[in-house]
Design a protein around this ligand. Structure first.
Ligand SMILES: Nc1ncnc2c1ncn2[C@@H]1O[C@H](COP(=O)(O)OP(=O)(O)OP(=O)(O)O)[C@@H](O)[C@H]1O
Length: 271
């Protein structure tokens, strides 16, 4: 299940023989500051198929968020290529919606309904009536119907994240990009949100790339996990068929240990 992976010896599986939705091919991402050139990721390759729940997992600073930014079109690779449906990613687009960790990603002067409608009326240019119907549908999916007319400051952290998820999903993007969306929540709410995300996936089978540095969270929500090495991030291994262990606590604990060992043992520190 856990396979060390280099570009040369990528194992062929069903997901890889099917035409990928997203293809990240030998991507290097660098930041230039006045005095420094920082390599965030180096020569990273992976592909994501339709309806994958694909997790990027690795220690702090390995470039997970940077990779997500590049897939989102907010950053251009220094080397390599990112393609969605065979087209090179050059700029942000409504086919890739992002959900962030921060609770302040909503527009504070707009209600829950207006927040979810906003990209539908601006980026998608839908008439208000149509946008409202879609928004209400997704607000119901994230169980916020009763809060539809409230403002973000009146919501809990978990509720704000649900609005951000509804807003992203309502656009029906090809891929939902989630950057540690539950990291700032308390443990109980975080577990609840993970369950709700899985339920939403059961209902709509959307494709998601999810960044986390929690191994337990990665195992719980994914079907595939890409393990990245510490800074600069390189692909260390890929875990497939994660679902096969999810409902077996002993097997999940064993996988968690294996991943932990692979990611952190040589550094001598814990997650
Ligand atoms: N805007 C920036 N300018 C310069 N360097 C940056 C910038 N953003 C990130 N970096 C650097 O790029 C590297 C990767 O950062 P990134 O945030 O992608 O890692 P991460 O794996 O998402 O980390 P974390 O789990 O802590 O969020 C780090 O060394 C970071 O300091």
């Amino acid at each position: 299940m856990l396979q060390a992976k280099t570009h040369a010896d990528m194992p062929v599986t069903e997901t890889m023989t099917a035409k990928p939705l997203l293809n990240v091919d030998r991507v290097t991402l660098r930041y230039k500051t006045p005095n420094l050139l920082i390599t965030a990721t180096e020569n990273v390759s992976f592909s994501v198929a339709q309806s994958d729940r694909f997790v990027l997992l690795g220690p702090s600073g390995c470039g997970k968020s940077t990779l997500l930014k590049a897939i989102g079109g907010y950053m251009t690779p220094t080397a390599g290529r990112i393609e969605i449906k065979g087209q090179a990613v050059k700029k942000p687009g409504a086919d890739r919606m992002m959900v962030f960790q921060e609770f302040d990603q909503l527009l504070p002067w707009k209600t829950v309904l207006e927040n979810v409608m906003f990209p539908l009326t601006t980026a998608r240019r839908l008439p208000r009536g149509e946008a409202e119907a879609i928004a209400r549908d997704y607000i119901e999916k994230v169980k916020l119907t009763r809060a539809v007319d409230t403002y973000p400051h009146m919501l809990s952290g978990g509720m704000k994240q649900r609005v951000a998820i509804a807003r992203g999903m309502a656009m029906q993007p090809d891929i939902l990009l989630m950057d540690e969306p539950f990291a700032a929540l308390d443990a109980l709410t975080r577990r609840q949100m993970q369950d709700e995300l899985l339920q939403l996936w059961e209902d709509t089978r959307f494709t998601v790339i999810f960044v986390t540095h929690s191994i337990a969270e990665a195992i719980k929500i994914s079907n595939r996990i890409l393990l990245l090495s510490p800074h600069p991030g390189r692909v260390k291994a890929e875990v497939r068929d994660v679902e096969a262990v999810r409902d077996d606590p002993a097997a999940a604990a064993k996988l968690e240990q294996e991943i932990h060992h692979m990611l952190f043992a040589e550094q001598g520190h814990r997650e």
